[in-house]
Structures are given as structure tokens and as C-alpha cells.
Design a protein around this ligand. Structure first.
Ligand code: DGY
Length: 323
């Protein structure tokens, strides 16, 4: 791939200061200064003539946008491991290369997964609210009893880099790891986890379900009423992947019945919209898509994209190249 000596680049969101100054040093950078979420039409208009487009998971990069930018566009670099917001077939057809940010965010995402898991099992939202409200009348033998973790089964759907980072942490809490994945892991990576060849098999064996698979159109609505009913009574559901994998109405009904005892959700269908039903339930712990949100991780993600562009310009194939 050839790039101009100082290629024009459009930055759709504000990246960390360190990453933005590195981008400015290398490229003729135009920035969406107010950090708003731009529509695809707006991106197609504002990034005209750019060779590089830096996006995040909030921007839908569809076939029409790629077609409009294709005459000059060489690389789409997304500050995310997920790339379900990019029309990959259109990028491939237009000869546009796509970079993403695997690995460097796995630990940060696994930390948030554990935060959600712990809060859902140990009733973190209700506990915090009780203290803040001033209504706490002191310790009581039966107050806010939750679900202990030791000896429970954690069923991980999607045992990629993030799923495995979650398993490492979950083992330390005494959870037994079960998983379903497109293919079974090697024994060294499996580390004694129990593989289920089918998702249905995993669900039946999950006291806590951890959804950690990458987002993909084919997975939309995977966790529907029928699937959630396969979980043991009183299971916990955690979603660190993409909101649209879960049928919200089905999960809400299961939470209201108590068939699902609690949920921890970091991702939602059609963000920043959140199904209002979740806000009404005490047994749901909510966070605003902060899986990779640490200073170090966001810097590392930005640098991975910069190094990826530099490698492409040298004619190399960086590990974070998707197409
Ligand atoms: C990712 O990296 O895909 C996270 O969900 C942030 O978008």
C-alpha cells in the first residue's frame, strides 16, 4: 500500500491526548473537535479526500460511505476490537484496509466483566443505593443476600482473547469454567475448562452466563426467550460483547420472574439508547460501554493503530490488519 508522505487523515472521535499528538505529528489531521457521534453521511462529507479514517465502534461505516471515500481512502482504523460497525465486504471490494485493536484491551475488558459479574451476583447496585439514600439502618443477618461464587459454574460464550482473560480472573474467585466457542481450544489454552460443543449445552451448565463473543450480524438475538429458559433457575447473565446479541424483552421478562436472578450489562442494542425496562429493575447493574476504558488501554489501542498504519506504509502486514 502506498501513502502520501504526509497523508490526510480524519479523526471521527477525540482519542487520548498522547495518541492525538502522535497522529498530528505523522498525518495532516482533521478532527471532529466536539467528539459528537457522526452519521455515516457526515463522515462521507467531512472525510472527503482523506487517505486514513480513524473511527470507533460508535461510527457506522457502511458501503455507501466507503464508496464515497474510496477514491482516496486507503485505511479505516477503528479504536475497537469489534468491527461489526464496518461493512467489511465493501471495504474489501474497494481495496480499503481495516485495522482494529485486539489484545491490548483484553485485560481491561476482563476487569469490567468481573465488575459486572460481582455486582450482579452480590447486588452491588442495591447495596450502593442503600448507603447513599441514608436509609441503611445497620447490619442485618438477612440483608442483601446474594449469590456466592465459589464452586459455581461460569459459562463463557466466546473463548477468544477476552473470554480467556475473564477465565483467568474467574478461576481466582473459585468459579469452574465452562465455555462454548466456534472451535475447541488447545489443552494449553483451555486450562482445564469444560468445553460444550453446543450453546444449548453451555446454557444448561451455566450458573453465570458470560457473553464475550465478538459482535456479528449472525449472532443478533442469540439469547432469546428459548435460550434464556435453558439456564438453571436463578442464573446470572453478564454481557460484555454487544447489546444486540440479547433479546432485551426476553431478558427483562426472565429478570422480572426471577428465572434470571441478576444481570450485569456494559453494552446495549442501539447505544446510547438503553431499553428503559433495565432502569426499572434493581437486580440489574448497568455500565456505559466502558470495557476498554482505562488510560493505559486507550493509549495502547491508539498506538496499535498508528503502528499498523506505519507497517502498511512499509509494505508489511501488521497483526491487527483485518482485510
Ligand atoms: C471494542 O473494542 O469493540 C469495544 O466494545 C469498544 O468499542
Amino acid at each position: 500500500m502506498t501513502l502520501s508522505p504526509r497523508p490526510r487523515a480524519f479523526l471521527c472521535r477525540r482519542f487520548t491526548p498522547a495518541v492525538e499528538s502522535a497522529l498530528r505529528e505523522r498525518f495532516a489531521l482533521q478532527v471532529n473537535d466536539d467528539d459528537s457521534i457522526l452519521s455515516s453521511a457526515e463522515i462521507a462529507r467531512r472525510a472527503q479526500g482523506c487517505e486514513l479514517l480513524f473511527v470507533s465502534a460508535t461510527e457506522a461505516i457502511d458501503a455507501a460511505t466507503i464508496a464515497q471515500l474510496a477514491p482516496t481512502l486507503r485505511v479505516i482504523a477503528t479504536l475497537s476490537v469489534g468491527y461489526d460497525h464496518i461493512d467489511m465486504a465493501a471495504a474489501r471490494a474497494a481495496g480499503v484496509q481495516v485495522l482494529h485493536t485486539p489484545d491490548v484491551l483484553s485485560d481491561a475488558c476482563a476487569e469490567v466483566a468481573m465488575m459486572l459479574l460481582l455486582n450482579a451476583c452480590r447486588r452491588g447496585f442495591e447495596a450502593d443505593r442503600l448507603v447513599r439514600s441514608g436509609a441503611w439502618a445497620g447490619w442485618a443477618p438477612t440483608q442483601l443476600l446474594g449469590m456466592g461464587l465459589v464452586g459455581r459454574r461460569l459459562g463463557i460464550f466466546g473463548m477468544g482473547r477476552i473470554g480467556r482473560a475473564i477465565a483467568v480472573r474467574a478461576r481466582a474467585f473459585g468459579l469452574a469454567i465452562h465455555y462454548h466457542n466456534r472451535s475447541r481450544l488447545d489443552a494449553a489454552l483451555e486450562e482445564g475448562a469444560t468445553y460444550h460443543a453446543t450453546l444449548d449445552g453451555l446454557l444448561a451448565a451455566s450458573d453465570i452466563l458470560m457473553i464475550a463473543a465478538p459482535g456479528a450480524p449472525s449472532l443478533r438475538g442469540t439469547f432469546n426467550a428459548a435460550r434464556l429458559a435453558m439456564l438453571p433457575e436463578g442464573a446470572v447473565v453478564v454481557n460484555i460483547s454487544r447489546g444486540d446479541l440479547v433479546d432485551d424483552e426476553a431478558l427483562l421478562a426472565a429478570l422480572r420472574r426471577g428465572q434470571v436472578r441478576g444481570a450485569g450489562l456494559d453494552v446495549f442494542a442501539n447505544e446510547p439508547h438503553v431499553n428503559p425496562g433495565y432502569r426499572t429493575l434493581d437486580n440489574v447493574f448497568l455500565s456505559p460501554h466502558i470495557g476498554s476504558a482505562t488510560h493505559e488501554t486507550r493509549d495502547a489501542m491508539g498506538w496499535l493503530l498508528i503502528h499498523g498504519v506505519e507497517a502498511l506504509a512499509r509494505g508489511e502486514t501488521p497483526d491487527n490488519l483485518l482485510s
